[in-house]
Design a protein around this ligand. Structure first.
Ligand code: M6R
Length: 621
């Protein structure tokens, strides 16, 4: 939630410190945009220089243009998704302590902040904000006052705090140092030449260096111009191996598109192709990206539980149909926040699959930990390299979608489904549910998906036009059956989060059990029509559902397969996608719905990359 950047330069004060931090914040703004702020340190001052403003980063940039800050040797910057305290200037980070000598920024929630605040208040501390962060700042200052260095004070402060946090802090008396700490929230180090960086995500510094280093739970890091030192919670130095980020700055740019979301929708053929590339070796074995679960364990699995939130959970719902069909293992899909607190029945024969784009969703992290405590093995399907879920799971399969910056998830969804299919295909072969030629056929079918997604994109003008004509709609319904059901859910979620329109996705068969009462004259209903081909096709059943809503005055918009000769008879408009195997159809049929939401929100003049009230990764429970 909140984005964090830190920078320490080559020793001389310069404008680069502010420049690096502001451009990092621009790239991290997807994480939260309730306020933004920076703190700069210069060698000859007793106080750090701070600027902060409620609202998007542009407000801060304007304030800095009107009232410039001095050149600096080190800087920290923050973009906020509000938890404690309204999104005001006062609650914006950085927060100051020690009379303005120390500045701190924070991502996360400090659970024992009320107790610590009461103790500090008794000691005479006056608070300037309602945030939990300021408590940590004053606590840190109190430790520094005892004669500790900023780094030692951070170690001791981190031990006093409960909850989730990433902190960065600077002290005017240590102008060549930025100190960070992390527990349950991300923090990555960027290694430069005579300068070093810190960020919530590598995008914060990718334009300056691709060499990164990850921190583990409860570690503290000190960066100076010449070095990076990592400490464990006892203060002992730990050695971490740097790694090279596999994509470059251009992947985190809009690349000629008006919005990141549009660009990311167009990245989808590559996201699927890259996720598939080189995954199955000549022995039919799935190439994981890290960790290991023994084949004997995978063979003994009697239940799979997918834990995820939001769009990632809908990817899990799609995967359920495929994995159950291919592997004959029962698959449950559970929202991670519900799973964690209902005492779920999991054990050593349960395989938990955690799906997350960011790998930092706190609800999913807690579900993973809970599952592991019960003895389950966890495979993570994650997009962000080195993220918490990827590191804590027993094995990880990365979706290679590249950075997803728009808050609404698109290419990650397709990549998650693809990776989950790979897992299903691998388990089917391992457990003897499919013969090698059947496995090859499935993989060949998946290989055709990127080109088909490209065709959907190339023929998307009609759905874009429809979206512009529907900017004044107040409610839109989505119906789907079987794998079309999660597509309906995802279509509705996209419309809610981007266009702020009431939208509901229903299982088409459920319609007559209640939701059909919503349908009145002129109500737009999107229907995901299954393929008419195949012995068990549900096509005619869904056509009946279309007729049921049409009979009650609905305007019907159908997503159908090319070659479906009946669809047009029941729809005001049909949007065709290439034919595909039934289980793989969501990878194609969701794309027009993503585009519909994008265009409708744009038509209403909304910011599609940063919808209101949202943040890209939800790092608080
Ligand atoms: O990073 P994650 O995949 O764990 O995030 C899960 C959800 O928060 C995310 O998919 C959310 O629903 C998106 N805003 C949907 O577009």
């Amino acid at each position: 939630m909140c984005g964090i950047v830190g920078y320490v330069g080559s020793g001389e004060a310069s404008a680069r410190a502010l420049g690096v931090v502001m451009s990092g914040l621009a790239r991290l703004e997807y994480r939260g945009y309730d306020s933004a702020g920076v703190a700069l340190v210069t060698a000859d001052r007793e106080r750090v220089a701070v600027a902060k403003k409620a609202g998007k980063l542009v407000n801060l940039a304007k304030a800095l243009a009107e009232d410039p800050l001095p050149d600096a040797t080190a800087a920290i910057g923050h973009t906020r998704w509000a938890t404690h305290g309204a999104p005001t200037d006062a609650n914006a980070h950085p927060h100051l302590a020690a009379g303005g000598r120390i500045a701190i920024i924070h991502n996360g929630i400090i659970e024992n902040y009320a107790k610590l605040r009461a103790e500090l208040t008794r000691d005479g501390v006056i608070f300037a904000s309602e945030t939990d962060t300021e408590v940590a700042g004053h606590w840190l200052a109190r430790e520094v006052d005892t004669g500790l260095s900023l780094t030692d004070a951070m170690l001791s402060t981190a031990r006093a705090l409960e909850g989730a946090f990433t902190f960065l802090a600077v002290d005017a008396r240590e102008p060549h140092t930025v100190v960070g700490a992390r527990r349950n929230s991300p923090l990555v180090v960027g290694l430069g030449d005579g300068e070093n960086f810190l960020g919530s995500d590598v995008v914060a510094f990718i334009e300056h260096t691709r060499v990164a280093l990850e921190l583990d739970q409860d570690e503290v890091v000190e960066i100076t111009p010449d070095g990076v030192t990592v400490f464990d919670r006892t203060g002992a130095v730990v050695v971490r191996e740097p790694y090279e980020v596999t994509w470059d700055a251009s992947a985190a740019e809009r690349g000629g598109f008006a919005t990141f979301m549009d660009k990311e929708i167009h990245d989808q053929p590559a996201a699927v192709a890259d996720t598939l590339r080189g995954r199955i070796d000549e022995h039919g074995k799935l190439q994981l990206d890290g960790g290991y679960i023994d084949d004997r364990v995978l063979n003994s699995v009697d239940k799979i539980v997918v834990v995820a939130c939001g769009t990632a959970s809908y990817a899990g719902l799609v995967a359920r149909y495929a994995i159950e069909h291919w592997c004959r293992i029962p698959v449950e899909v559970e929202l991670a926040h519900e799973f964690r607190y209902r005492d779920p029945v999991v054990g050593v024969r349960t395989l938990v699959v955690a799906i997350s784009q960011s790998g930092e969703t706190m609800d999913t992290i807690m579900a993973v930990r809970h599952a592991q405590q019960q003895g389950a093995n966890v495979i993570a399907i994650v997009n962000v390299q080195g993220s918490t879920i990827a590191r804590e799971a027993d094995a990880v399969l990365y979706t290679r979608a590249g950075p997803e910056i728009a808050v609404a998830s698109t290419k990650a969804f397709l990549a998650q489904i693809t990776a989950a299919f790979l897992l299903g295909i691998f388990l089917a072969e391992l457990r003897g549910n499919k013969f090698p030629d059947e496995i090859s056929a499935l993989l060949a079918e998946l290989d055709e998906i990127p080109a088909k997604v490209q065709r959907v994109l190339d023929t998307s003008q009609p759905i874009r036009d429809l979206a512009h004509s529907m900017a004044n709609e107040r409610t839109v319904l989505f119906l789907g059956r079987h794998v079309g059901y999660p597509v309906a859910l995802e279509g509705a979620l996209k419309l809610k989060e981007l266009a702020y329109i009431h939208a509901e996705g229903f299982a088409a068969g459920e319609l007559k059990h209640g939701p059909i009462a919503l349908v009145e004259e002129g109500q737009p209903v999107f229907i995901i029509l299954p393929s008419p081909n195949g012995r068990h096709s549900l096509h005619s059943k869904v056509i009946s559902n279309v007729q049921e809503v049409r009979a009650r005055g609905a305007r019907t918009f159908v997503i159908a397969e090319e070659g479906d000769t009946e669809a047009a008879d029941y729809a005001e408009q049909v949007f065709y996608v290439p034919a595909s195997p039934v289980l793989m159809a969501p990878l194609l049929k969701v794309v027009p719905l993503q585009i519909f939401a994008l265009e409708l929100a744009s038509a209403k003049g909304f910011d599609v990359d940063q919808p209101r009230n949202l943040a890209k990764s939800v790092t608080v429970e």
